[in-house]
Ligand binder design. Sequence first.
Ligand code: 0L1
Ligand code: MG
Length: 262
Amino acid sequence: MQLPQATIEQLAEQLESAELLCSDIVKITDDHPQMDWEDAYAIQYELRRRKQAQGHRLVGLKMGLTSFAKMKQMGVENPIYGFLSSDYVCPDGGNVDCSRLIHPKVEAEIAFVLHTALKGPNCTVADVLAATDFVIPAIEVIDSRYRDFKFDLKSVVADNCSSSRFVTGGHARRVQDVDLRSLGIVLEKNGEVIATAAGAAVLGDPAASVAMLANMLAERDEYIAAGTFVMTGGATEAYSVEPGDSVTARFQDIGSVSLRFS
Ligand code: 0L1
Ligand code: MG
């Protein structure tokens, strides 16, 4: 690690204030170019600790930057992971208040719920399929705390991978009953199709995203516990939303999920 613990805590507090005050900040590496990966995840885990200290619950984990479309959009090459907090949860068809956000964007994602813990290293797609209780459609609302959504990978890891809100809906289906790779996804904004994808857009198979999460967590001696909800990453690039917009993501065989923005 390059940053002292006091700086890690101070940066987590800054990111938390940016979220709560809806006020953007410059990316961390502008002032701390020496920040390494350990520091970046240490800041994220400190943010997570602060959320829990305020009474919010950890309700899941997420992968980010798992599709080629997202990697290309953000100019990066590696997936990253973050946490999902109970204050991010929205009801299906519910309203997101944009005055509480800086510059929200939406992503259509396939989410997994596990009945068995997954431990890396060497976790495989087959392991994930065997450990999965069901898959379910989701929309993630991301909202980078960094000015103009501009950051490098370490800064965005510290910012909990731009996590902000999410919603699940549609039907929970067993993985054995769907073909995750050819599963079609249609993302609509205000009734117009803005993006289409198949499940394979996410690392060739969304289950590979869950396997990668288990393998990345193993580097910290952590694992995905039984019962965990995991979002596998946007299958398409992310799309900006503003007050008045409504967004629906339709998933072949597993239904649709939607959100309104005011
Ligand atoms: O959920 C995501 O894919 C977000 C990853 C972080 C990068 C971004 O803000 O797009
Ligand atoms: Mg996402």
